[in-house]
Design a protein around this ligand. Structure first.
Ligand SMILES: C[S@@+](CC[C@H](N)C(=O)[O-])C[C@H]1O[C@@H](n2cnc3c(N)ncnc32)[C@H](O)[C@@H]1O
Length: 433
């Protein structure tokens, strides 16, 4: 999509054309919808200097991206604008709202929470289509977005207007490499992790590179950097508090907090946190259910023991933040193996931070034995989970030939070099944390 075709969609006539397309019909039979648009004189009139095919494409793209955007932005997607890359790289609304809410609670004194003209208090460097900027502006923080891509800038501007946030946010085209830390008292930066050949995993290949973003953040009064959840711990700034965030059990990102936004002892020193968000419980409507687990610097390594009555499977945010020992300590638990993130305890305590299973059998892995145990329990529904196991779970599922009305969970792991299996069932008990 080029900027002129996108601009044509923003006109009153363009918005009318967009509103007239039935997204379900367009998804079901795109060729028919595209041909109807080609015949529609209003489409050609959107910009007589552009080929009709380009305008039709722009409409079709926007309609389909809005549909896809619902998964990340809920009903706001119906009013928003996207580019394929911009949607792909954008922060989902649940996470953006969570971070913005936290940012607004810990703003440095110099940040204005009034919006309007003048100097923006916050810079959203690499603002993309604006997911983070919109969440901050929605909390009254005056934000300026910066992005190097002209089409992305146009899209972010359209989103600010579409969500009624023009009083709090604006966007300019620019290169983040030219921004200095003093330009904004509060910095947010979400470097691009996609290059010409798809996703980029090496932080040095982010745009701007991770060390450039980190230097900016370290010098700002307050800053937050977003990175991939798999970013190596070794490249994280020792000046930052690091938070791994998951949504509904899926790990989404690492957020690095600097200056007044840090949560370590004394306000800004290094600390780790796992944060578990749930969309299903409706976080967007309010602050909703958020569960945190914080690093305990004085806690030693977790004890190691054989399986007790309950097995705990921690959320990926807990695992990736290396806070399994902290999680185990909450239930007086012990690891099954010091290198594997399952822990065990005599008591069952439900929490968003983990799943708890009751252990029915714990034994060295043997297909024959496991099959007999599953059959003895008349279990036809078998959930298989594994950590540290090389067993092919789909093959195992076939080989178990499970039949019956009951459900069980089979957990595959290893202790030392030896493979083990645990036959478990879900614990039904009220959540406590
Ligand atoms: C991961 S996306 C940002 C997504 C955004 N936080 C959101 O949630 O919508 C990264 C953005 O950085 C922009 N970008 C990459 N390098 C840049 C640079 N040197 N200066 C400014 N923007 C840059 C890209 O155009 C892209 O839109």
């Amino acid at each position: 999509m080029r900027v002129p075709a996108f601009s044509a969609l923003l006109t009153e006539a363009g918005r009318e054309v967009l509103a007239e397309v039935d997204p379900t019909a367009a998804a079901k039979d795109p060729l028919v919808t595209a041909s109807q648009l080609r015949e529609n004189p209003k489409v050609a009139a959107l910009d007589p200097d552009l080929p009709v095919s380009e305008l039709v494409n722009a409409v079709m793209t926007q309609v389909s991206l809005r549909e896809r955007g619902r998964a990340k932005f809920g009903e706001n997607a119906e009013r928003m604008f996207f580019t394929p890359n911009g949607l792909e790289q954008s922060t989902r609304r649940t996470v953006a709202e969570y971070r913005a809410e936290r940012t607004a609670r810990h703003l440095p004194g110099s940040v204005a929470v009034s919006g309007g003209g003048g100097r923006a208090s916050a810079g959203d460097l690499c603002c993309g289509v604006g997911a983070d900027l919109l969440a901050l502006a929605g909390r009254g923080v005056s934000v300026e977005g910066v992005d190097a891509d002209p089409l992305t800038v146009a899209v972010a501007r359209a989103n600010i207007e579409a969500l009624g946030l023009s009083g709090h946010a604006r966007v300019r085209e620019g290169d983040v490499n030219e921004v200095t830390a003093g330009d904004y008292p509060l910095l947010f930066c979400d470097p691009a992790r996609r290059g010409g050949r798809g996703r980029v995993f090496d932080p040095a290949a982010y745009s701007p590179p991770w060390d450039v973003a980190t230097r900016l953040a370290e010098r700002a009064e307050a800053a937050c950097l977003k990175a991939a959840p798999g970013i190596p711990h070794e490249v994280l700034s020792p000046a930052a508090s690091a938070e791994w965030i998951s949504v509904d059990g899926e790990l989404k990102e690492t957020a690095l907090w600097f200056g007044t936004l840090g949560f370590g002892a004394g306000g800004s020193s290094a600390a780790r946190r796992a944060t578990v968000l749930h969309e299903r419980a409706g976080l967007l409507a309010s602050e909703g259910p958020v569960a945190h687990l914080d690093e305990e610097p004085d806690l030693g390594p977790a004890p190691v023991a054989a399986a007790r009555r309950y097995l705990y499977d921690p959320d990926p945010a807990v695992v990736r933040s290396h806070l399994v020992a902290e999680a185990a300590a909450r239930v007086d638990g012990a690891l099954l193996d010091e290198r594997i993130a399952y822990f065990t305890s005599d008591r069952a305590e439900r929490s968003p931070l983990w799943r708890v299973l009751e252990v029915l059998e714990f034994a060295p892995f043997s297909l024959k034995r496991l099959r007999a145990a599953v059959r003895a329990r008349k279990a036809g529904t078998v959930t298989i989970k594994k950590r540290g196991s090389a067993v092919d779970t789909e093959k195992l599922r076939r080989d178990l030939r499970a039949r019956g009305p009951e459900s069980v969970t089979v957990v595959l792991t290893r202790i030392g070099e030896r493979p083990f299996s645990l036959l478990c069932r879900e614990v039904e008990a009220p959540r406590t944390a």
